[in-house]
Design a protein around this ligand. Structure first.
Ligand SMILES: [Zn+2]
Ligand SMILES: [Zn+2]
Length: 246
């Protein structure tokens, strides 16, 4: 229907195609307000200039935990390996990603999950895993917020592999206080026993999806629980990684 209208307008010299695209899909860059025209507006939440300026996660980082390194495993992962086997992150959790994430989490800006999900999708290979598990949220938190941001991002990643999306096997059974306010040791203590995994995951290769990885305490606890249930390989797929201040 739409195509026939476009064709009719074009044939009658009433329209130039790029004008139509601009008119239909014009939107403003979330960061600088510049007009952006895009066929898939949600994927282009920011203009190209702002996109290039975002704090991209460096290529030279520890493949296991995502912290700075020469590209080899870092000293910490060698001396005390985490329970997950690899970490893929798109951004560093610096400005303006932190501000965008806050807006997304607390302002229900669900369209940003399409943007973040599409960028994360370019970093990871869903075909290399059997299951894509979003970081589960406690039912009470879910009720407060109305959506699980990790699930929304995981939906984008599993768009072409819907059977891999698994938001049922892992549950959060313990309501923990917001982790950001606690030092590492407290976080590790708080998160112990927070997850419950149903079923047998023997030999499964699993990707856990989350928005932000800070100390990695939650991801590590979930990875540990998944491995106890039989998972053979667990990766963290996150939108942003916090690097400790030096
Ligand atoms: Zn911009
Ligand atoms: Zn490491």
């Amino acid at each position: 229907m739409m195509q026939s209208i476009i064709n009719w307008l074009k044939n009658n010299h009433m329209l130039n195609y790029s004008d139509l695209v601009n008119t239909l899909f014009k939107q403003k860059c979330l960061l600088c307000d510049a007009n952006i025209a895009a066929l898939q507006p949600n994927i282009h939440a920011v203009c190209l200039a702002c996109l290039n300026d975002l704090p991209w996660h460096p290529k030279t980082s520890c493949p296991q935990c995502g912290l700075s390194s020469s590209g080899q495993s870092c000293g910490r992962c060698i001396s005390a390996p985490p329970d997950f086997d690899a970490t893929h992150a798109v951004f560093l959790y610096n400005f303006p990603i932190d501000a965008m994430m806050q807006r997304y989490k607390y302002g229900s800006m669900l369209s940003l999950c399409t943007f973040f999900g599409a960028l994360l999708n370019e970093k990871v290979s869903p075909e290399t895993v059997d299951l894509i598990i979003p970081m589960p949220m406690h039912p009470q938190r879910l009720q407060e917020r109305g959506f699980n941001q990790a699930l929304e991002i995981a939906k984008v990643l599993s768009k072409n592999n819907k059977e891999k999306l698994d938001y049922k096997s892992a549950e959060r059974q313990k309501l923990t206080p917001p982790q950001a306010s606690f030092p590492l040791k407290e976080r590790v203590k708080n998160i112990k026993g927070a997850f419950n995994v149903n079923g047998n995951l023997t030999g499964k290769r699993i990707a856990i999806v989350d928005d932000v990885m800070t100390t990695g305490a939650s991801l590590n606890e979930l990875a540990k629980t998944l491995k106890k249930a039989g998972a053979s390989h667990v990766e963290c797929w996150v939108v942003a990684r916090t690097l400790p201040h030096k």
